[in-house]
Write a protein that binds this ligand. Structure first.
Ligand SMILES: NC(=O)c1ccc[n+]([C@@H]2O[C@H](COP(=O)([O-])OP(=O)(O)OC[C@H]3O[C@@H](n4cnc5c(N)ncnc54)[C@H](O)[C@@H]3O)[C@@H](O)[C@H]2O)c1
Length: 379
């Protein structure tokens, strides 16, 4: 085996595998995607046609046994993250896993502990950490420019014009998804807020609703019962004493993907909107503001906030491909290659540790929703 090559297998060849993982791996001459596994022949064919994967399997265990893999991407529905990860850990294979890490907190904990014991390198695809404006927000928060943080709000919602009649998928079934809108969408901003603030959550309470309880199954056309929440809303106490509000859901009628966050502290504030990925609205002390390019000055009653441009260092431009942006998976591969080259310990975040932190809040939210009370963390 060539030690300079990373041999990758992908389990689950659906949307995220084809539109995110495979294009990210393809950018590296040091990476070979040698095999893929999916229970759907259609997904196997599509991945083979688009990416010329030479060997595909129906049974992922067979792929893990037959191929000499360094790393796998886990891109299945959420119910398979745990069994696939545990099978890979047993075989000493490193893992880049889709979010949310697992169906439940106890599964996620087992995955984290087993990977740590076996020295497995892990990554979790909280992909929005690569949005340029999110990286700038992180830089500003790390600098301390906002002072003591008092308030944090974040939402991530999908909309569309015909939410009520959309066909059902595995995302609407608790045994396969764990959570619905809150886990699928909200997990991204739960992770992002902890990353920005550099601290975890001490307590949470939640409310969730399923608005459309019956749908027609996308594959079979048969009626199916929806058992996950369409939307979820959390109140949070962060470890730095800030109070937080967070929303994840599918029901923003007429909107596309909508991801926004606001943070206010004793000395300033910022507003982030994923739809405007190259700028932030800020109120910052002058000593901090002068480091940034101002697009429109604030400070007036009508426009109190200043619009600043995201500096080039956060854009993640890939020089050979103008217009494209780096992915979190590319950061993971860089860290992977660097640790191989230098022999130094692998360092990467978000890994299973961060995936577990988000899963713990989701679990606490469910307990809080069921008992109609606040739940303290750690669980
Ligand atoms: N990070 C992000 O921004 C992002 C975006 C979309 C999806 N996701 C995550 O990616 C994962 C997959 O989502 P998707 O949108 O690609 O779903 P999808 O339904 O398009 O694809 C999932 C694939 O997994 C396959 N699969 C299911 N059980 C399997 C098994 N036992 N063995 C092998 N293959 C199996 C299915 O046949 C399907 O092809 C989910 O965990 C989802 O939360 C993350």
């Amino acid at each position: 085996m060539n030690p300079n090559i990373i041999r990758v297998g992908i389990v689950g060849l659906g949307g995220i595998a084809r539109h995110y993982h495979l294009p990210s791996y393809r950018r590296y001459k040091e990476v070979q995607v040698v095999a893929g596994a999916d229970i759907s022949e259609q997904a196997q064919r599509a991945a083979q046609q688009e990416y010329a994967i030479s060997r595909v399997y129906t049974d992922y265990q067979e792929m893990l046994d037959r191929e000499e893999l360094d790393l796998i991407s886990i891109c299945t529905s959420n119910d398979m993250h745990y069994p696939v990860a545990m099978a890979a850990i047993e075989r000493g294979i490193d893992i880049y896993c889709e979010k949310p890490l697992a169906l439940t907190f106890s599964e996620a904990k087992e995955m984290y502990e087993a990977a740590r014991r076996a020295g497995i390198k892990t990554g979790v695809n909280f992909s929005h950490r690569r949005t340029p404006a999110s990286r700038l927000a992180k830089e500003i928060l790390d600098s301390g420019a906002l002072g003591d943080i008092h308030y944090v709000s974040a939402l991530y919602a999908a909309g569309g014009t015909d939410y009520r009649h959309r066909p059902g998928t595995w995302r609407n079934v608790r045994e396969r998804a764990g959570f619905g809108g809150l886990g699928d969408m909200g997990s991204h901003v739960l992770d992002m807020m902890m990353w920005w603030l550099g601290c975890g959550v001490e307590a949470v309470t939640a409310a969730m609703t399923t608005i459309v309880p019956d749908r027609l199954d996308r594959d079979s056309g048969q009626p199916m019962r929806v058992t996950t929440e369409d939307q979820g809303m959390l109140l949070l106490r962060y470890a730095n004493s800030a109070l937080g509000y967070l929303y994840g859901g599918y029901v923003f009628t007429g909107r596309g993907y909508d991801q926004r966050a606001e943070v206010y502290g004793s000395d300033g504030g910022l507003m982030y909107d994923q739809q405007r990925p190259y700028e932030l609205l800020v109120h910052l002390p002058e000593t901090y503001l002068r480091h940034y390019h101002v697009l429109r000055a604030g400070g007036t009653r009508d426009t109190p906030y200043t619009r600043i441009l995201v500096p080039e260092r956060h854009l993640g431009i890939i020089p050979e491909e103008p217009g494209s942006r780096r992915t979190v998976l590319m950061d993971f591969i860089d860290a992977y290659l660097e640790s191989r080259r230098s022999g130094k310990p692998f360092q990467f975040s978000p890994g299973f540790y961060e995936g577990l932190a988000t899963q713990e809040i989701l679990e606490a939210s469910r307990r809080g929703e069921l008992a109609r009370c606040w739940i303290s963390l750690p669980l």
